[in-house]
Design a protein around this ligand. Structure first.
Ligand code: G4P
Ligand code: NA
Ligand code: NA
Length: 191
């Protein structure tokens, strides 16, 4: 998505060797018109899929996920994060380890909001090591629901997440694909 690439070039800040800060439009302040156009892009890509539900994780996945749900006119469910969780039988629970933050979290979704009749599109803001997607995939399996595809706002192709998803042959579509950070500059994969 050209507009997103331009916005990343203009407002993104490269931190260290593998982190992109996009606080001004995605992760802290949110640009709703850009989010809306991103939701439309995901819709155009996945419109032939029989999507019944959009699934993401709080908090930064919610904005692009809601706009995607708006485009599909389908509900959006976000998994909640917990530091720890004693077993609750009304929840699907999965583990997510963050390499970036060096923290282990559990994520959960109420059994009320995901079931075997659902065809799910996962939407998230970043794909790095793929742990959030892996946790959501686990939850979809527990619900016996169908994972139809994955929509990612910003993918870092030099980290492990993409391989993990490709190995399972899940359709994935990323709006911006970053190949590398060079001298503090973002280098995109060819479109
Ligand atoms: P993974 O899910 O792909 O394995 O991601 P990882 O553990 O590496 O990242 C943990 C958190 O950091 C996630 O947010 C993820 O979206 C975010 N993240 C990963 N790479 C980048 C990056 O280059 N820039 C930014 N801004 N964020 C990145 P989270 O902990 O779920 O936090 P939240 O913002 O959704 O609350
Ligand atoms: Na994030
Ligand atoms: Na996220």
């Amino acid at each position: 998505m050209k507009e997103l690439q331009a916005r990343i070039k203009q407002d993104g800040q490269v931190l260290g060797k593998d982190v992109l800060k996009v606080d001004s439009f995605l992760n802290h302040q949110i640009d709703p018109l850009l989010m809306q156009r991103m939701g439309e892009e995901f819709y155009q890509h996945f419109r032939e899929f029989p999507i019944t539900k959009i699934l993401t994780v709080e908090s930064s996945g919610i904005a692009p996920a809601v706009m995607t749900g708006l485009a599909f006119q389908k509900p959006v469910v976000f998994a909640r994060k917990h530091k720890s969780l004693t077993l609750k039988d009304d929840l699907y629970v999965a583990d997510v380890y963050s390499f970036t933050k060096k923290t282990a979290n559990k994520i959960s979704v109420s059994r009320k909001f995901l079931s075997a009749t659902d065809h799910v599109l996962i939407v998230d803001d970043f794909l790095a090591n793929g742990q959030a997607v892996a946790g959501l995939t686990d939850i979809i399996k527990q619900a016996d629901a169908h994972l139809e595809g994955i929509g990612i706002v910003i993918e870092k192709t030099f980290q492990k997440g993409r391989q993990l998803i490709d190995r399972q042959h899940i359709p994935i579509f990323s709006l911006a694909r970053i190949k590398a950070f060079e001298n503090g500059q973002v280098v995109f994969e060819e479109e």
